[in-house]
Write a protein that binds this ligand. Structure first.
Ligand SMILES: Cc1cc2nc3c(=O)[nH]c(=O)nc-3n(C[C@H](O)[C@H](O)[C@H](O)COP(=O)(O)O)c2cc1C
Length: 139
């Protein structure tokens, strides 16, 4: 059963389909930065995230977006290229981008998320424990 669902999700992602979602109904008024967190499907934005982005594209036009993805080894460059190809002219360039390969050791994963957090701070986010000055200095 799980395999069928995965195959369907993979095919939908590959074909750049959106999928019906229960929209979380977040009030985006005044939001300056949105962090998207997703598993990589078919080297693409996964379909529920696509649905949400498309449903809110008007509200998100001037908003900074950041993308943190998890995967099992496919190329981060491919995901980035696919994202830019699909959304590069719709949204502002990604303020931060990282892919965490779940097969790697915790330490290597943390390096990716640390770099991502620094990029978020540089994009104006306030993260507990991470001072903007530290971000400027690169750590
Ligand atoms: C439909 C589907 C497509 C996937 N496509 C990819 C892929 O293209 N590249 C990759 O490295 N991992 C791929 N994966 C593995 C997921 O990225 C991995 O399962 C995910 O990071 C872990 O999240 P989960 O625990 O929610 O499955 C895919 C998984 C699914 C279910």
């Amino acid at each position: 059963m799980r395999m069928c669902a995965d195959r369907r999700a993979d095919a939908q992602a590959y074909r750049k389909r959106a999928t019906p979602i229960g929209d979380p109904g977040i009030d985006l008024e005044g939001v300056k930065l949105v962090v998207l967190v997703q598993p990589i499907w078919a080297s693409m934005i996964c379909t529920p995230i696509r649905s949400w982005l498309l449903a809110h594209r008007g509200q998100l036009a001037g908003t900074k977006l950041a993308l943190l993805a998890a995967n099992l080894g496919s190329s981060p460059v491919r995901l980035r290229a696919n994202y830019d190809n699909e959304f590069g002219e719709v949204f502002r360039p990604l303020a931060a981008f990282a892919v965490v390969d779940q097969r790697l050791r915790e330490r290597e994963c943390l390096k990716s998320t640390d770099d991502f957090a620094l990029a978020l701070v540089q994009a104006g986010a306030t993260l507990p424990g991470l001072h903007p000055q530290a971000a400027k200095e690169g750590g």
